[in-house]
Design a protein around this ligand. Structure first.
Ligand code: BGC
Length: 583
């Protein structure tokens, strides 16, 4: 888990711009074929449409959100066209196939969202860069017909998407509000057995179903039913379960490889998801809010660690090609989301993985695709979780993404390396907005795993770094003391983060402790095991790194056991460096 770094193809804008142009050219070729389909469509169906255009502009770039309402006959495919009057350049789009030719923008439906019933709406969006002025487009066409019945001027307010009528149950907007979350007695006992551990042993942590056997309980330990029964016993009304057993799991790293081979999707469905769903569906648990964290470190790997990227792995290419992740996640969402008291939160990486433009939009797109796979619909998604088992700081108090030093943006510092975000809170909030633009419900909420992103202790900076140059400024002020943002295994110097808390910030349903503090991220040397776990050198403190962490030292603590196993030295350090500190 913990998001194998994969710092994007970072790099100056010029480099990604080149990559983008290549992409746009390929899309344009496809568009020609699409144009023929659209023309045929027009002959049989009377098109008529309304379009609402909104944007979020930060001066040198913006995201555009366009809601299309089909006010004419039902369509089986659609093409939206409009033009800008300035130098706006398309970076990436979602929920449709976007391309640009001069000032003209074309958006063609994806394979899965071509049909647009009479009265139906669809939201598409894209990110652009620009300089100078950024005037809104004034006319749109859908399948060649001008929209808005007035020659195409935009309507001022976006249309509210119609709620999915198949959405089961009456879920709470934020299940954490007024909740008494379940304390896992197995973790709690290990924490309490550590000197000083009783200070946090009563915190709620995630229950990881990390293999099929975990459903019944491994080595005499508690299984899913035991946990749910115990939750009732505790008088808890919320429990957090991690769904973590995809075929070809952890395709860009080795420490948390799992038991299922790359082509084991049928086993994932029948032997893992189905039995979990059957247990959760038991009427006696109907009043428990069951939060499911869906498949850490899976879908974004198919954006960041596949051919075309310097960090590609064979397994990620394979899992992209065989659809195992997309269909597995779709299956899990659909099955579990059919239970009215289950709240699905999909893994959304963390800013140090997906915060680059080339990773951000495409990852949301892919997650949206998974939310529509295997019978699932976006209504089965309650929200997203960031930073699971990672170490990215919640808030960097001493610098922001908008700061400059001697005219140089912090984005150009070595640490930030062109990322759009410097911390998890800003990332999670932006992710939420982007997900809504992609077509997810406007009420989706975010969780942030704050179990190990505290960064307190003696090495925590107490003010901004010197303004001598951008690297001194960022490195002097950043509270995240990792050697590199892409480091993820048993990080030295980390501390416990914010204690679990409901509704801490706008858009955030809760701060949660999904990774149980004290459980290892991976062994620091090869250890034989029957859990499918490999040896990843990112967990070896002597390792000098790879493309995913910019060839830096791993920053891992020594003498770590297998992932998931108790690591007392780490637990002690997390308590020492807690922020807020422990009393
Ligand atoms: C491991 C799981 C473990 C989880 C929580 C993961 O890295 O692969 O086996 O349950 O961490 O500690």
């Amino acid at each position: 888990m913990r998001s194998q770094g994969s710092p994007a193809p970072a790099g100056p804008p010029t480099r990604s711009a080149r990559a983008r142009r290549g992409l746009a050219a390929g899309t344009a070729a496809l568009m020609l074929a699409g144009g023929v389909v659209a023309a045929a469509q027009q002959a049989s169906a009377a098109a008529s449409c309304k379009v609402a255009y909104t944007k979020n502009d930060w001066g040198s770039g913006f995201t555009a959100s366009i809601t299309i309402t089909n006010t004419g006959d039902a369509l089986s495919s659609w093409t939206l066209r409009y033009s800008y009057s300035g130098n706006q350049r398309l970076a990436s789009g979602w929920n449709g196939r976007w391309s640009q030719s001069g000032q003209q923008i074309t958006v063609q439906n994806e394979a899965w969202n071509g049909s647009l019933a009479t009265g139906a709406t669809i939201n598409v969006g894209a990110q652009f860069s620009y300089s100078g002025t950024n005037a809104d487009p004034t006319s749109f066409t859908l399948n060649g017909t001008p929209c808005n019945g007035d020659g195409g001027g935009p309507t001022p307010t976006p249309t509210t998407p119609t709620p999915d009528p198949t959405s089961p149950g009456n879920r709470l907007d934020n299940p954490y509000v007024g909740a008494k979350p379940y304390v896992n007695p197995e973790w709690s006992a290990k924490a309490a057995a550590e000197p000083g551990g009783s200070r946090i042993a009563n915190q709620p942590t995630g229950v990881w179903l990390d293999r099929i056997a975990a459903i019944e309980g491994v080595n005499g330990g508690m299984g899913l039913r035991d946990h749910l029964d115990e939750a009732l016993e505790q008088g808890a009304n919320l429990i957090q379960i991690v769904i973590y057993n995809l075929p070809g799991r952890d395709c860009s790293a080795l420490a948390s490889n799992g038991e299922l081979g790359p082509d084991d999707l049928p086993r994932y469905k029948a032997e893992y998801i189905d039995p979990i769903a059957a247990i959760m569906d038991d009427a006696k648990y109907a009043n428990l809010r069951i939060v499911t964290v869906i498949e850490i470190d899976s879908l974004p790997n198919l954006v960041t660690n596949v051919s075309g990227r310097p960090t590609a792995t064979e397994m990620c290419d394979r899992m992209k090609a065989n659809g195992g992740y997309v269909n597995g996640v779709g299956y899990a969402l659909n099955k579990l989301g059919a239970i009215p008291n289950v709240y699905n939160y999909i893994d959304a990486g963390h800013h140090g993985w997906l915060g680059w433009d080339d990773n951000f939009g495409p990852s949301v797109d892919l997650i949206y695709q998974a939310a529509n796979a295997s019978g699932s619909t976006p209504a089965k998604v309650h929200g997203f979780i960031t930073n699971t088992a990672n170490y990215s700081a919640l808030k960097e108090p001493y610098f922001t993404i908008n700061d400059t030093v001697n005219g140089t943006s912090v984005r150009q510092s070595k640490w930030v390396d062109w990322n759009r975000f410097v911390d998890e809170l800003s990332y999670a909030q932006a992710f939420r907005e982007r997900a809504v633009q992609a077509g997810f419900d406007r009420n989706v909420g975010m969780l942030i795993d704050t179990s190990r992103n505290g960064w307190g202790g003696p090495n925590r900076p107490t003010g901004p770094g010197p303004m001598t140059d951008v690297n001194a400024y960022v490195n002097g002020g950043r509270i995240d003391r990792r050697i590199h943002l892409g480091n993820w295994c048993n990080q030295a110097g980390a501390g416990l983060g914010e204690r679990p808390k409901a509704a801490p910030e706008p858009g955030i349903d809760a701060y949660v402790w999904i990774k149980p503090p004290g459980e290892s991220d991976g062994a620091s040397k090869e250890i034989q095991n029957d859990e499918g776990k490999g040896f990843d050198r990112m967990c070896d403190p002597t390792y000098t790194g790879n493309a995913r962490n910019g060839n830096n030292m791993s920053g891992a603590l020594p003498d770590a056991p297998l992932s998931g196993h108790w690591f007392s030295a780490q637990f002690q350090e997390l308590m020492r460096n807690a922020y807020p500190p422990l009393n």
